[in-house]
Design a protein around this ligand. Sequence first.
Ligand SMILES: *Cc1c(COP(=O)(O)O)cnc(C)c1O
Length: 373
Amino acid sequence: MMNVPFLSLKDVTAKYHDEIHEAVSRVVDSGWYLQGAENAQFEKDYADFIGTKYCIGVANGLDALIWILRAYVELGVMKPGDEVIVPANTYIATILAITENGLVPILVEPDINTFQIDDGKIEAAITEKTRAILIVHLYGKCAYTDKVGELCKKYNLKLIEDNAQAHGCRFNGGKRTGSLGDAAGHSFYPGKNLGALGDAGAVTTDDEELATAIRSLANYGSSKKYVFKYKGRNSRLDEINAAVLDVKLKYLDADNALRIAVAEKYLGGIKNPHIKLPPRSVNGNNVYHVFPVLAEQRDAFQKYLSERGIQTIIHYPIPPHKQEAYREWNDRSYPVTEQIHAGELSLPMSPTLTEEQIEYVIETVNRFTPQNE
Ligand SMILES: *Cc1c(COP(=O)(O)O)cnc(C)c1O
């Protein structure tokens, strides 16, 4: 039996061992650990990569999203009680960022085939309190559509992107996710496509006023030492992680291409009527943060794979509206979201998977038959 980890962070880091160690040593020996040259360099390189004028490094991806909305509140674009449209099937952080600011998440169902927000269901959710659409490039797939852009124009809404799972992804082979709207939040949690050695995040935007406000908010609300314009927090990206991220950023497109190659092999090789595969990456519109399949008898399928040495993860077992944190929504029904949460299983996905591991996953998945059929 072969062992196939879901994602080996050890292997991911080992790939760039020398350069990462050189970068970490450089910062350790420099005596300068916050708000220095490493942040400035990474922010410049990441803004260039994404295709925006500004990048602000922050402490993590949740904070990145919190600061975008908080800055809009501080700048008078939004006020508590205003509504933000968001997909009902996302990682909880997207929704936490909205409620953290006293804004109201309006949950919209996804499309069962793409897993992304169903753009045909957005307009009916818009009210006079709507101020923004927060799309999530979930699982590494671009969620932006021309329709989403048109609705934002028509109703004068901000378009915010949660790009925590899709660094490097493109819309229609052109612009990168993270540059498609007014502002985007990025997470560099270790397991993300671009991962730090700890928590890290960033905001990208072309809006200078927004960028300035966010830089202050994440630094106690201050842009000038000991002068405080906002009631901010300490939410900064540290120099060691900025240096590590700048090393890994150079290889992000190549690593994403390896993820796409793994996905292509899965898509070509997995033939099991009980397993529904995700869409193909077209012109780089999917960088496969994970490879999500929908399975009949998902839990039995996961157990079957686990017994054969294949590690999988459910993204995510409980949808946000069924969480205790949002108990006020617990009796609501979002059938498509619930269907995804009941059937989703993410197969091993990483730029470090070997040919043998990929083949073993394909063969093992193909031999699965649900019980009592
Ligand atoms: C990881 C993630 C976040 C939060 O990022 P952290 O850096 O872990 O705070 C937000 N949204 C989505 C969709 C994520 O996957």
